[in-house]
Design a protein around this ligand. Structure first.
Ligand SMILES: Nc1ncnc2c1ncn2[C@@H]1O[C@H](COP(=O)(O)OP(=O)(O)OP(=O)(O)O)[C@@H](O)[C@H]1O
Ligand SMILES: [Mg+2]
Length: 215
């Protein structure tokens, strides 16, 4: 399965979710490749920290890949791994465009209060472009760094914005802003692997994994 965590908007949690998803799959016994398609190479740094700490269940990670490199890496590597997770973003990201041609699923995180509606219009345009070239692109959107009160005004406003973009299938359960997610991702891990355990974070990640992978 190839999953791209992507948004043209920065700071919405692409890397945090990509690392959490990759590590969650690794501990399920999957061979995972994380492709860092962001020039800042944050995901790669996090995975090096994981490797340096000799965390059980390794994750392979590529160095920064732009569009053409990402495409050739995907074509070469996709059959060697159970899962490929791509962290891609940036307004003019060639990597995000390249990923959309080959990915099975695009997960678009959105942060409440970041009402840059242009970003959703941008991603919606990219999805239409990709769908004109290929079949079977599944797209989910999720609110990340959500308020812990599911009915807060910010959460509801963010959810209502998505109702205008039906091409992005909205996941109604949010990922709440929790230290566990940022701490885990910073160490190249998922919330299941850190102490103290945050059961609410665990259950949010478990739910997301089951939606993406059906298990
Ligand atoms: N669910 C969460 N709970 C708590 N903090 C979070 C969560 N998701 C992201 N963050 C924090 O929000 C900030 C932005 O997240 P992240 O770096 O993952 O976003 P990004 O979309 O990859 O950003 P960029 O566009 O710069 O690559 C980071 O400080 C991260 O630790
Ligand atoms: Mg990032």
């Amino acid at each position: 399965m190839i999953i791209t965590v992507g948004n043209t908007k920065g700071g919405v949690g692409k890397t945090t979710l990509a690392v959490n998803i990759a590590a969650a799959r690794a501990i399920q016994g999957k061979d995972v490749l994380l492709i860092d398609a962001d020039r800042q190479e944050t995901a790669q740094t996090a995975i090096s920290i994981r490797a340096n700490n000799e965390v059980m269940f390794g994750i392979a990670c590529s160095t920064y890949a732009d569009g053409p490199i990402l495409r050739s890496q995907l074509l070469q590597q996709k059959d060697k791994y159970d899962d490929v997770i791509i962290d891609a973003g940036g307004r003019d990201s060639t990597a995000l465009r390249a990923a959309l041609v080959l990915t099975d699923i695009l997960l678009v995180p959105y942060r409440p209060g970041s009402f840059d509606v242009w970003a959703l219009q941008d991603i919606s345009n990219l999805i239409s472009e990709a769908r004109s070239m290929r079949d079977g692109l599944k797209v989910y959107s999720i609110i990340n760094v959500a308020d812990s009160n599911p009915n807060s005004i910010d959460n509801r406003e963010a959810a209502s914005i998505f109702s205008e973009y039906p091409e992005l299938e909205f996941i109604p359960s949010h990922i709440v802003g929790r230290k566990a997610f940022s701490n885990a991702a910073g160490a190249g891990r998922c919330v299941f692997e850190i102490k103290p355990q945050d059961e609410k974070a665990n259950s949010e990640l478990k739910n997301l994994i089951s939606i993406l992978f059906g298990c």
